[in-house]
Write a protein that binds this ligand. Structure first.
Ligand SMILES: C[S@@+](CC[C@H](N)C(=O)[O-])C[C@H]1O[C@@H](n2cnc3c(N)ncnc32)[C@H](O)[C@@H]1O
Length: 251
């Protein structure tokens, strides 16, 4: 089984996620000790989407982040370059049926609420959408995995209409020192051990720990988002800063 390195070569990243796709959501729930649901709910609230709004969920993986967005009635385009992750998401939505709809095009599925999720294969650094196509854009636990996050943020700005909102949900830096110390210990020692029991590719979760440690803190990410063409950038910490939600508006 393979893992990506911190240079995040797109081919390696896509292959790594292909390899963990089947057990991705279960592993997430276990490793986050169930907190992932709260983080997703906070992302949905921060986007504050009107029913029928068209939103891009970049690096959507199996579509778990997308389904949370669609539940209140948004139309969500779930875009990712790991066909393995998209296939698992698509299979879930069509109840185990054929999964061919996703490759090179879209596969559409209704979700529990009124909204809809369409799966699209695409690279976040070269999005296959016209300028200003979306009312809002979001990326959950994806930006850290993109080789050039600034390019992806610029692409997100390009495809979002003027006045549209961006929400980035990503691991960040715990604010208080005691939590930071315990969390680092968890990341570097406990998480890889847990992953060995739950994941099909434990090495991918060593990459996860390393990539979180190397990721910019709240302020630096805020500056990166601003320099990529977004205005009104602000953030709030979740779970003491283990995760941060950055919000911005398309100028
Ligand atoms: C940790 S998963 C997040 C999935 C989902 N958003 C969630 O919240 O569970 C990260 C995803 O980012 C995707 N990814 C990384 N770089 C990408 C890029 N340049 N373009 C599209 N997807 C990318 C990976 O394929 C993977 O599915």
């Amino acid at each position: 089984m393979s893992r990506a390195d911190l240079d995040k070569q797109p081919h390696d990243v896509a292959r790594m996620f292909d390899g963990v796709a089947d057990r991705y959501d279960l592993t997430n729930a276990v490793l986050s000790l169930g907190r992932d649901r709260t983080w997703r709910a906070a992302t949905v609230r921060a986007l504050d989407l009107a029913p029928g709004a068209l939103v891009l969920d970049l690096a959507a993986g199996t579509g778990t982040s997308s389904r949370a967005l669609a539940a209140p009635g948004a139309l969500v385009v779930a875009c990712d370059f790991s066909l393995g992750m998209l296939r698992v998401g698509r299979r879930r939505d069509v109840g185990g049926g054929p999964d061919t709809g996703v490759v090179g095009g879209t596969g559409r599925g209704r979700v529990g609420g009124r909204g809809q999720v369409s799966f699209v294969a695409g690279d976040g650094t070269r999005l296959p959408f016209a300028d200003g196509s979306f009312d809002a854009a979001t990326i959950s636990f994806g930006l850290r995995n993109v080789a050039d996050p600034e390019v992806a943020l610029r692409e997100l700005a390009r495809v979002t209409r003027s006045g549209g909102r961006l929400v980035v949900c990503e691991f960040s830096r715990p604010v208080l020192t005691p939590l930071r110390v315990v969390y680092l210990e968890y990341l570097m020692r406990v998480l890889p051990e847990l992953a060995r029991r739950v994941s099909s590719n434990p090495e991918a979760y060593v990459y996860l720990a390393e990539s979180i440690r190397a990721w910019p803190d709240q302020q630096r990410l805020g500056r990166l988002i601003r320099s990529a063409g977004w205005g009104d950038v602000a953030y709030r910490n979740l779970t003491g800063g283990i995760v941060a939600l950055h919000r911005a508006v398309r100028r």
